[in-house]
Ligand binder design. Structure first.
Ligand SMILES: *Cc1c(COP(=O)(O)O)cnc(C)c1O
Length: 240
């Protein structure tokens, strides 16, 4: 099979999984957006999916992401892509994120939020932002606590360069669908709290290649899918 055929088959399979999960949950497939996570893959792989109709792409590693955004723009200047930054953010690296991305899912502290707002270019639309929540409370993970999320969201809502859209989490990996659903339900509760307090909150970013069904059952509005769309990442790059 050619690379194009492979990509087409993977994209169809992922869309089918999303549709089936929505059907089972009594939801419309229009309620769930697919974010294609291309970390470790090339601009050419991104553009292959773009030719098949995928327009929103997520990246984790800043330097890799900036190279890829620039290369996609050079190779396909007429293809408008929407770029989401979903990786850990160092506070001295916020400027290129504020300048080059449409969305950031990984805002987990006030200092980062303030810098992104200040550095968003004048004239650009506000940067769409999700608060990253450490839902399984693992010490090693990025993300604020569910309690801190409400406080951080209030700060974000006052910042002119940002637009608060919702919450994101990367729960502790588990094969147990009951545990998966419990973690996603906990994030959904944070989302509902923010939505009750702020206009414009509409994004519950949860679910990846291995657990998107459980995430959709618990109300996900955006699944972030890497492996199932692009294939297995090279060893050493598998971690986020
Ligand atoms: C890598 C990554 C994904 C995609 O993971 P897959 O298991 O490959 O689908 C989603 N979200 C974040 C934050 C990631 O780092």
């Amino acid at each position: 099979m050619s690379e194009d055929t492979n990509a087409d088959a993977r994209l169809r399979a992922v869309r089918h999984r999303i549709e089936q999960a929505c059907l089972r949950a009594g939801r419309s497939p229009d309620e769930v957006q697919l974010l294609a996570v291309g970390k470790t893959f090339a601009a050419e792989d991104v553009l292959r999916l773009a030719r098949l109709g995928q327009r929103t792409f997520g990246e984790n590693y800043l330097q890799e992401a900036l190279d890829k955004v620039a290369r996609c723009a050079a190779l396909a200047p007429d293809t408008a892509l929407e770029w989401h930054f979903i990786g850990p953010i160092q506070s001295n690296k916020t400027r290129p994120i504020a300048e080059q991305f449409d969305w950031v899912h990984s805002v987990d502290r006030e200092r980062i939020a303030r810098r992104l707002s200040e550095q968003r270019p004048a004239g650009a639309t506000p940067l769409n932002v999700c608060v990253q929540v450490n839902i399984s409370q693992e010490a090693s993970k990025s993300g604020c606590s569910p309690q801190e999320a409400a406080t951080l969201a209030r700060v974000i809502a006052t910042l002119p360069g940002l637009r608060l859209r919702g919450v994101m989490s990367i729960p502790a990996p588990t094969d147990d669908p009951t545990v998966q659903r419990a973690q996603f339900a906990a994030l959904r509760a944070v989302f509902e709290t923010l939505r009750a307090e702020h206009a414009g909150v509409d994004t519950l970013s949860m679910g990846m290649s291995d657990d998107l069904e459980a995430a959709i059952a618990e109300g996900s509005t955006m699944v972030r899918v890497g492996t199932a769309l692009f294939g297995t990442r090279a060893p050493g790059n598998a971690a986020d």
